[in-house]
Design a protein around this ligand. Structure first.
Ligand code: BG6
Ligand code: MG
Length: 214
């Protein structure tokens, strides 16, 4: 019944959620901003500038636009330092198999990642050629939970959103998929992703056939 599957990248295919969080924590420590223990969950799926706003919630002073630009760039530098070392070993277990199973079933495959580092990451992971369409995050005006990025993925594939299955690890991402009119598979805990049509503990449990009745 589905004609395409649209994957998120960070936390679904690539083991990067902790890398993003560590880079923000390094930045926050340098500017003496305290971060809550559970900040990582709130940063999932949120674009770079909106993430910075969350990180600066407890800041002891205000930062102007130029300073914010510089802070976001600094965090990205820390993130890039780490992912430039990435290779196929940094794929989450079962990710390559999940994508390959979609391809074997003859369905379209797209990537809907908010990350402007997504093309680099796909190259480092050795999976760039498995995607029929990769949404350019630079061209997305409204970040998740807005549906724009998943709608762009469906348009890029030439498939109706209602014929797409979206896969996400972030609550904002599941909301984006649902708002786009797609079926949503959440990767993580039911507690966080209860709005999804199905929740799996990891991408390793992905079984395309199991979603035929969604
Ligand atoms: C998302 C991540 O995929 O991309 C977020 O879940 C990240 O944590 C966002 O902030 C933007 O990424 P980047 O690489 O453009 O800073
Ligand atoms: Mg994600």
């Amino acid at each position: 019944r589905f004609e395409a599957v649209v994957f998120d990248l960070d936390g679904v295919i690539a083991d990067t959620a902790g890398v993003h969080e560590a880079a923000w924590r390094r930045l926050a420590a340098e500017i003496d901003v305290p971060l809550a223990d559970d900040i990582g969950e709130r940063l999932k799926g949120v674009d770079r500038r909106a993430s910075l706003d969350i990180v600066l919630e407890q800041a002891p002073r205000a930062f102007d636009d130029a300073e914010r630009e510089a802070l976001a760039a600094r965090k990205n530098g820390y993130y890039r330092e780490r992912i430039e070392q990435f290779g196929p070993q940094d794929l989450l277990p079962g990710a390559r198999e999940a994508i390959a199973s979609v391809r074997a079933a003859g369905l379209g495959i797209a990537l809907a990642s908010a990350s402007r580092n997504a093309p680099l990451l796909l190259e480092r992971l050795g999976i760039a050629d498995l995607f029929d369409h990769v949404v350019d995050a630079n061209r997305i005006r409204h970040s998740k939970p807005d549906p724009e990025i998943f709608l762009a993925a469906a348009a890029g594939l030439g498939v109706a959103p209602s014929a797409c299955l979206g896969i996400e690890d972030a609550a904002a991402g599941v909301a984006s998929i649902r708002a786009a009119g797609m079926c949503a598979v959440g990767i993580g805990s039911y507690e966080t992703l209860g709005d999804a049509d199905a929740v799996l503990p990891s991408i390793a449990a992905f079984d395309l056939g199991a979603f035929a009745t969604l």
